[in-house]
Design a binder for this molecule. Sequence first.
Ligand code: LFR
Length: 477
Amino acid sequence: MTGGAVAAIDLGASSGRVVLGRIDDGIVRLDILERFANTPVRVWEGSGSGLHWNLLELYRPILQGLRRAVAAEPGLRSIGIDSWGLDYGILRDGALLGNPYSYRDERTAGGVRATHELIAPEELYAISGLQFMPINSIYQFTADRLAGRLQPGDTALLIPDLIGYWLTGEVIAERTNASTTGLLDVRARTWSASLADRLGLSAGLLPPIVDPGTEVGTLLRPVEVEVGASVPVVTVGSHDTASAVVGVPALDDDYAYISCGTWALVGVELDGPVLDDAARVANFTNEAGLDGRIRFLQNITGLWLQSESIRTWERDGRDIDLTALLEAAEALGTGSLFDANDPRLLPPGDMPARIAQCCREAGQPVPQNPAEFVRAINQSLAEAFAVAVRTAADLSGKDVKVIHVVGGGSQNALLCRLTADRSGLPVVAGPVEATALGNVMSQARTAGLVTGGLDTLRATVARSTSLRRYEPRSGAR
Ligand code: LFR
């Protein structure tokens, strides 16, 4: 096998990183060159008021990371970009029209009502196969259209495609992330022109779709000068969850995955979509994966519940040590259960107060201190995970014998242990950087550094990372 290096730009909803991935003799190694916070900013005044992503604040460390990648590896083979899904920037005459909205902005509520007046949710599901979430791009587009923010001739670029545009000048829509919008026909695998038309979105708003593994272009000359070399940008699973699923170190087919960070995405990989009524009612999504696969999964409010609670306590002047808090939560032995998917837990704000209210309504004891809240959060997430794994298996007919937890949540021993206990299945935890690994492995294949299907990419990840296994404890359910 040959060796070489690629650079992955991986943007999450709370932090981003630029990673150098080296592939040598069937082993992949990551070197995190830049890590930076990603914090949305609220504006209260004017027609663009609301919660926004500050994209230029992300672009600076991205360029810095690429500069360092080229310095470390002058023969860098390619650059690949992934980020959270759903959100987009609007280009008018090639220029970005303001900062993109965050999916947690409240403007989507009106978008949901107006969209469903035009097209019933059942019909939307039959076409896109996407689980209902008020944050889906389709509702954001409707809200933007109603607010007069869209004009004929505008182009919408999903976040990784927007970064790619700044790097190369090319306008495309990568397919896995396009599948999170609600405007992709899941069977035809292309934009649904009829959905766009019925929603009053002009032809041309949505760019041509390309698959992961496509060369988008080389760096624009000024970017090349800034970064230090001429490097091609290639598409990967640009939806972070698509890349995370590529980074699942599974050696057999009988697994479910939980990609757990700000969100937890719980499901299985399939050859085709499941679009029946049971899947719709269970609110399962059919997102596009690499190599034409379907990510049949459910979005569960993930560690957002914990990070937003910590933000609240810190704002109130408390010193929070997460490791100590998780240990204290574990020592409690049990905790309150609430519905982790309650929509009231979606926007930023006083999370402990909202969780207290959810517990009260569920007839559960109201947590009294941070350790009790953290216990309730992890226990409720584990319960939601176990139900989602069981439902994914039932709806798809897939045999699930093990659960792979990847992403930041794989470092949370309490969460992994409770998930094993609640599901009755072993949990294999790691790698933390599954998304960056998936991004790197996809590029490695495009560059010819590895050959084979997803099983080969996953075997390379499994060979290169150390994993932790949690067996379900009998009687602990
Ligand atoms: C995970 C993720 C989810 C998506 C949510 C919002 O980071 O991409 O898959 O539903 O963020 O974009």
